[in-house]
Design a protein around this ligand. Structure first.
Ligand SMILES: Cc1cc2nc3c(=O)[nH]c(=O)nc-3n(C[C@H](O)[C@H](O)[C@H](O)COP(=O)(O)OP(=O)(O)OC[C@H]3O[C@@H](n4cnc5c(N)ncnc54)[C@H](O)[C@@H]3O)c2cc1C
Length: 389
């Protein structure tokens, strides 16, 4: 039986190269990292050194200048190999904000070091405890004082800070009451974490269901040099939105990698496990959920490549990126449930690794965007229904 269910595609050479590298990071490696609540440092270093995390950085800044389709294959293959791209996906896409909206000086300063891995830009701080998904209501403020901005406020669920050198921060620079549109008056900054932590920025890890390093962040008169403002003051929200299509599509690819992992695991187990004198996979009650999960994964995969093709051609792809994320997160979660059920009691045993991937893939229904917000995007922006918020 083939080990990878999907048929060959245009990225086969790249997939083979990734798989041979990932062979050194097997299920036991990821289980150990999960068990220890550690960080897959060795894996992330290997991925960085091989240049894969710099896929989207143009060659002039030391990256490989690949398209979103190729970048998405990298994320998919990490999760298909049993890994968790959530440990490092920020390094691939957070720099997009800098690339699109940063000054020449900022790009020259940061991008080559991000490409080489000398600097990690793994973190982006948007979410706040009291405003949640309603981002335009954020309360963190950055007030310009001479050649600095002074930041006060709080963020929550900010990932990978302890494994990052830099963080992109969204803060309000003009009070909500003073702007014409609620989406105006916010700005983004690049924060040098080594300068900031302990000097006006405090970080409190949040223990959570998956091995995902994420934190509460408190700002108390944190000073950021004015030159760390990215783009124009007041346009930060738009800049964040500009990066979402790439992020959604890459995350969709991670879900697809998970879904194929669950399918592969389940079909092997169902062929080998004998109960009532026959493999459990001979029962249609076991086969059909697997077939259904496969069909849904393939459909999600088509939408993911449609989003990639549009993005790489410079065409609008908001609808496709959102729909790919929706379909893929749903497919991976249904594949996870199917895989757990197929394994019966053994699905709960850590040794089989199903329960870890089950926990990990559940997150995609909520972060980085919850399913309801995607449905709302499609309802209002694609179907033209009245705005609900
Ligand atoms: C492990 C993890 C890592 C994360 N990493 C980061 C990070 O690095 N940076 C960052 O900025 N954020 C991060 N987040 C935050 C994440 O993006 C948010 O949790 C997510 O966007 C949902 O926001 P919330 O938790 O405040 O939920 P809420 O906004 O409180 O929503 C709760 C529920 O209500 C639903 N809901 C809310 N409003 C509506 C509506 N109008 N219509 C229908 N349903 C609605 C939502 O869909 C959701 O299911 C992370 C979260 C987690 C769990």
């Amino acid at each position: 039986m083939k080990t990878h269910i999907p048929s060959h595609d245009a990225h086969q050479d790249m997939r083979e190269a990734l798989r041979s590298m990932f062979a050194g990071f097997d299920s036991a490696y990821w289980q150990k990292v999960d068990h220890e609540r550690g960080y897959p440092e060795k894996f992330v270093n290997a991925l960085t050194e091989a240049g894969w995390l710099a896929a989207l950085i143009p060659a002039e800044y030391g990256g490989s200048g690949l398209g979103l389709a190729e970048a998405s294959v990298i994320m998919e293959e990490i999760n298909f190999a049993g890994g968790n791209a959530g440990a490092c996906h920020g390094q691939m896409y957070n720099m997009g904000t800098l690339l699109r909206h940063g000054s020449d000086a900022q790009k020259k300063l940061y991008l080559p070091k991000i490409a080489s891995g000398e600097l990690r830009l793994q973190s982006m701080a948007v979410t706040e405890p009291t405003t949640g998904t309603d981002t335009t209501k954020i309360k963190t403020t950055a007030v310009k004082q001479g050649d600095r901005y002074v930041v006060n406020g709080q963020k929550v669920w900010i990932s990978r800070i302890q494994h990052s050198d830099l963080m992109i921060l969204l803060a309000r620079t003009t009070p909500l009451a003073e702007v014409k549109r609620k989406s105006e008056g916010m700005s983004i900054f690049i924060v040098n974490l080594k300068d900031a932590i302990g000097q006006g920025m405090a970080v409190q890890p949040i223990a959570n269901m998956v091995n995902h390093e994420t934190n509460e962040v408190f700002f108390d008169n944190l000073e950021i040099p004015a030159e760390n403002l990215i783009g124009e003051e007041g346009k930060g929200f738009k800049y964040i939105l500009d990066g979402l299509n790439a992020e959604r599509t890459l995350i969709a690819a991670e879900c697809i990698g998970d879904a194929y992992w669950f399918l592969d695991k389940a079909r092997h187990y169902a062929s080998e496990r004998v109960v009532f004198n026959r493999p459990i996979g001979q029962n249609q009650g076991v086969q059909f959920p697997m077939a259904e999960a496969y069909i849904e994964t393939e459909a999600a995969n088509l939408m993911r490549f449609k989003a990639c093709a549009l993005f790489d051609a410079g065409q609008p792809c908001g609808a496709e990126a959102n729909m790919a994320k929706y379909l893929a997160a749903k497919a991976s979660w249904e594949a996870a449930n199917m895989c757990m059920q197929t394994h019966g009691g053994f699905g709960f045993a850590c040794e089989y690794d199903v329960e870890r991937k089950f926990r990990e893939t559940r997150l995609y229904q909520v972060a980085p965007i919850s399913t309801n917000l995607i449905l709302s995007y499609v309802a209002e922006h694609v179907l033209g229904l009245p705005r609900s918020f």
